[in-house]
Write a protein that binds this ligand. Structure first.
Ligand SMILES: Cc1cc2nc3c(=O)[nH]c(=O)nc-3n(C[C@H](O)[C@H](O)[C@H](O)COP(=O)(O)OP(=O)(O)OC[C@H]3O[C@@H](n4cnc5c(N)ncnc54)[C@H](O)[C@@H]3O)c2cc1C
Length: 324
């Protein structure tokens, strides 16, 4: 069996999990295996969604103690379900939760682990993973020597393809044990906008914005395009009141939206490490030699304070944001 750890949020399957499931379905078809979806939490609300992405079976691990995420308990739940089902491949999305839980589950399964993969295939019955290395400068193909193989898929890289599966529901036992740390409460930070790593459109600003207040023009463009705002590290570190949560790059978030607009960002290698797998990259910079233009699909040489408001006007006139 190929087992995919699926995250539920507000009674719904999260999009990065739907992507991991779809990829699991493709691999299961290629290797003649069953596809299992696993949900872990205080309830299984939304677990049935996994059938929309081709799950043969949906395993639900439900216990009041699993209401909030905790590394130990979730890793134990994933490992014990994988063992119980004899899964040889365990996948999940490379979200904050997936990147925390799956390596731990891999250790418990004595399995190899490939994190944040951008491509998966089956070679001679074994899994092969493509992963960006050297801050995205090169791609490595990783094979496995272990019997069980664990990988996390980078959000927004794999398509979430609807394909109805039988989705037979089955409950699995919650892990018992004396876990070292339990999360008691998670305080949500305001905003309510989509997470940067899940966003389809990101409008990012750098030092070229000159102040935190000027990010307002990026907010306006992001709103018009149905997207969210990101920033370079130089902008976040400048003391402009920007949250570290919106930093894109090697030491920030790794994102792959359909559209990434970089305004006033030079394109340092550490920034590129976080966004070079975006589908369409648009760069706005007044310096025609800025390195960001080397990876941009569309480059606009100009003053961002003139270009960005024009783009907002055009996006509004076309009603683009309304379609998202
Ligand atoms: C270990 C390490 C980790 C790092 N991690 C990260 C990371 O995660 N993310 C990250 O982003 N950086 C990271 N950095 C920093 C990185 O090296 C760069 O310093 C940073 O990305 C530069 O940010 P920037 O492009 O906003 O600023 P700058 O390099 O100063 O570029 C500003 C750009 O704005 C343009 N500009 C100015 N005014 C205008 C205007 N009016 N209109 C149009 N364009 C204009 C300029 O031409 C210039 O190209 C890291 C560095 C190190 C050493």
């Amino acid at each position: 069996m190929i087992l995919v750890f699926c995250e539920l949020k507000d009674g719904k399957l999260r999009k990065p999990s739907a992507e991991a499931l779809s990829e699991g379905r493709r691999l299961a078809d290629a290797s003649g295996q069953q596809l299992g979806a696993l949900t872990v939490g205080a309830s299984a609300d939304g677990a049935a969604d996994a059938a929309k992405y081709g799950a043969d079976s949906i395993l639900t691990c439900v216990a009041p103690s699993l209401a909030s995420y905790s590394s130990d308990a979730f890793a134990a739940a994933i490992a014990s379900a994988a063992k119980a089902k004899g899964a040889t491949i365990v996948l999940g999305a490379a979200t904050a939760m997936g990147k925390d839980a799956l390596p731990r589950a891999a250790a418990r399964l004595d399995a190899g682990y490939a994190g944040d993969v951008t491509g998966l295939s089956m070679e001679g019955g074994k899994l092969q993973a493509q992963r960006p290395v050297y801050a995205g400068k090169a791609f490595a193909t990783t094979g496995f020597t272990s019997a069980v193989q664990v990988a996390t898929t980078r959000p927004n890289v794999f398509a979430a393809t609807e394909k109805t599966g039988p989705g037979a529901m089955e409950s699995v036992e919650a892990p018992a044990g004396d876990f070292k740390a339990i999360v008691k409460e998670i305080l949500a930070k305001g905003g309510g906008k989509v997470d940067l790593t899940e966003a389809n459109v990101i409008v990012a600003g750098g030092r070229g914005l000159k102040s935190g207040e000027n990010f307002k023009i990026l907010e306006e463009l992001a709103d018009a395009l149905g997207g969210v705002v990101g920033a370079s590290r130089a902008a976040v570190d400048a003391g402009w009141g920007l949250s570290h949560g919106i930093q894109v790059g090697q030491t920030g978030k790794v994102v792959s939206p359909t559209l990434y607009i970089a305004a006033g960002i030079s394109g340092a290698i550490q920034h590129l490490a976080g966004m070079s797998s975006s589908k369409y990259i648009v760069a706005i910079n007044k310096d025609p030699d800025a390195p960001i233009f080397k990876i941009a699909d569309y480059g606009i040489v100009g003053d961002l304070f003139e270009v960005v408001p024009e783009l907002t006007k055009a996006a509004k006139a076309m009603g683009i944001g309304a379609h998202h």
